[in-house]
Ligand binder design. Sequence first.
Ligand code: CFM
Length: 569
Amino acid sequence: MSETTITIPVAMPDPAAVKAEMLKIYPAKTAKKRAKQIVLNEPDTPPEIGANSRTIPGIITQRGCTYAGCRGVVMGPIYDLLQITHGPVGCGFYAWLSRRNLVRPAKGQTNYLQYCMNTDMQEDQIIFGGEKKLKQAIKEAYEIFKPKAIAILATCPVGLIGDDIHTVAKQMKEELGINVMAFSCEGYKGVSQSAGHHIANNGVFKNIIGMDDKPDEAEFNMNILGEYNIGGDAWEIDTLLRKCGIHVTSTLSGDVSYDQVKKSHTVMLNGVMCHRSINYIAEMMEKKFGIPWIKVNFIGAEATTKTLRKIAKFFDSKKLTDRVEEVIAQEMIALRPVRDEIKARHQGKKAALFVGGSRAHHYQDLFRDIGMEIISAGYEFAHRDDYEGRKVLPTIKVDADSRNIEELHVEADPARFKPSRTPEQIEALKAGGFSFKDYEGMMVEMKKNTLIIDDITHHEMEKLIEIYKPDIIGSGIKDKFVIEKMGVPCKQLHSYDYSGPYAAFTGAVNFYQEVDRMLTTKVWKFITPPWEKDPQSAAELVHASKLNGGKKNGEAKSWRKPAAAAEEV
Ligand code: CFM
């Protein structure tokens, strides 16, 4: 690309007015609740945001269910753990490669990821109970596959009819002589997939971690927690760490085997990528085995550099520190020219990010690397600590929905509590500014007065696009096409569609190039957003459809109505 686009800075709309505009169409009760979930940022003293609360029925949310968080997100990538969904066959579909958590098992290793195993609950089981059918399914699966271990994952009806999957698991464990574990992760158990993460964390901690005490032989040995190898990200991280001389025992859960998870308590350090989905395991491993955890981020060149240095500092070895600096220098030689060329084209352009429970934060670094500004961001299902930092944890009110999820009581294991660092070493590191078990959240890194929007609705997204006119939005498949039909490119930041990896230095280069292609393609010029074609009728239509404003079907004016717009095509 030789063309250089000059961006003229325009005054940003007043965020308080944008917020008011977003809220004004809602009924009073809804507006009151949404007002708590839309806040103006204050990086020095992050404001309290409403988060991890129920979505109001009628609002279009991007969230998933508790089953999705447990089965799909945390458990899914453990490739040789045979996983059976207990429930109707439709729910089972979502266990079948709908997320791009790639695996590359070595030759001869078992891989169940391409299978979708389900008990196919029918009306009979809903009325008379499904335990018999579940047992039968476990036996059948065992006969065919002879797996090392089996996990049973519950969908909504299981909890509703009261099938006791834990007793079934216990009985089958005795009968088959293998590890059989059950997860009560019914879709309705929490307000989003976040509850499913917690349930999966508890189950993995109780039933798998700690089963094999033999550590991998390595001088510097760690786990990467909260990394799911979407589009191959974990492979990039693993390759980078290996170059530095750091061994990864277990990536939870990305391209990981059951046996790797069993010995994940034998490492010296846990690095937490996605704090939202895995902070529970990090905390429990620290309490039981004494493994310190630190927040890491391999998304973006700056972030990756900082993370590598932080890890090297923890291990406190001159050899490792020198090697890490060499690797950073090498990687930056390839990255810098690509980044700088792309940065020259897109400096000052605007991005907004609404993704999951960690990426709306992590991916800001990648956009900043190429000079772009984040004008608004929010998570779908994160908690206040992911926005405001872990320091707010003691002030988060425990509501009925959170109380639903078991908090495991964990104590130090008398024989196996062996921290890799002495308390003196930890104190010395802390004195030097090193932070353990800390996550500062999204807000401290965002500009003052940027709009932070939790669990954004389609209406708010439309308003945001209309008013801010961002150059690109990072979001998910559920709103990607709505955004693109409004003439704004949408980078799908969950599965990356067909692309990636985006982690570490090589992944960052992929990302810069992809964003560059998206921003320079001429295709967007062929889409005229409705309000530009006919501002008045667009406004009327929005109003009429949102309020169901007294017009009969068909009476409302069409988005595409104006003759001029029709002729363009
Ligand atoms: Fe963690 Fe994730 Fe995310 Fe997440 Fe997810 Fe995902 Fe995500 Mo989609 S575990 S919170 S539940 S980083 S599937 S790999 S992309 S919403 S931001």
